[in-house]
Design a protein around this ligand. Structure first.
Ligand code: URA
Length: 276
């Protein structure tokens, strides 16, 4: 709504921005990433042809290189396969340059935390600002809530926690499927090395990438899936998507659903295995 006095409008906008800044919103992004390179290209193509600039001018600053997904994926697979333990895997991830997120403002790679012999592996979406600062996943407010839930379920020492991508997406946007795909060989190798009995996917972005499905988290959560590595022996692991703890912070009424999911997982972990 606008008022007759433009200064009042300005004050209202300033107050709204101050409110969002207070709430921790430090950048404005759309739901989906916008490919500015493609947009610029389309605009250039739509323009009538301009005379070619002199050679000296056309050698100006080049556009940022777009990561080559196929090459990145091949490199990630080779690096992940060569990592003999979790320490080597962490080093391989830190040295990997094939994920575009690494060049979008992240300060370091964020790999994993928890028990290297965990029975349950939790895969989240991607690091946020706190994780980027500390170099460990799920250490911010959402992570603290996750830890409280794990403790209440008696799982705090039985989990290994990682994410679908290892660098903070700018402005905490959702990682793109390409960014997740190029990091997937490292996630798979982590699963191979830890050998958990079960997987839990925190949030829709993780569940969709890990299960290669396109359903919303509210329909995926609480259901059992068979997760299989892209490469490997075809051995399936039971996996359950659940609500992301950051969502639970925004929607506390949904905690009951996430708690039920965690108890269902715990009950299956503790179930004595039946002889075949
Ligand atoms: N959200 C995630 O998905 N992962 C983290 O590590 C932190 C917040």
């Amino acid at each position: 709504m606008t008022t007759a006095d433009p200064r009042a409008d300005l004050k209202a906008v300033e107050s709204l921005l101050a409110f969002w800044a207070e709430a921790g919103v430090d950048a404005a992004y759309a739901e989906e990433p916008i490919d500015r390179v493609a947009e610029g290209k389309a605009r250039l193509l739509a323009r009538p042809a301009a005379p070619a600039p002199p050679a000296a001018v056309s050698r100006g600053r080049a556009a940022a290189p777009q990561p080559d997904i196929a090459a990145g994926l091949a490199e990630a697979r080779a690096l992940a396969a060569a990592a003999g333990d979790l320490e080597a895997l962490a080093a391989a991830i830190a040295a990997f340059d094939g994920c575009g997120l690494k060049r979008e403002g992240a300060t370091q790679a964020v790999f994993a935390r928890g028990n290297p012999n965990a029975e349950l592996m939790i895969v989240g979406e991607g690091p946020g600002a706190d994780e980027d600062r500390q170099g460990k996943p799920f250490v911010g407010r959402a992570g603290q809530l996750l830890d409280r839930m794990l403790k209440a379920a008696g799982l705090e020492d039985r989990v290994f926690i990682t994410n679908t991508v290892f660098w903070r997406p700018p402005g905490n946007r959702t990682p793109t499927p390409a960014e997740q795909a190029v990091c997937a060989p490292f996630v798979e190798r982590a699963i191979e090395l830890v050998k958990p009995q079960m997987l839990m996917f925190a949030g829709g972005a993780s569940a969709k990438a890990m299960l290669k499905v396109d359903e919303g988290i509210l329909s995926l959560r609480g259901r059992w899936f068979d997760w299989k590595a892209e490469t490997g022996d075809g051995h399936a692991l039971p996996a359950m998507p659940t609500l992301h703890p950051a969502f639970l912070l925004r929607q506390p009424a949904a905690k009951k659903k996430a708690w039920i999911d965690l108890l269902t997982l715990t009950e299956r972990l503790d179930r004595p295995s039946r002889p075949h």
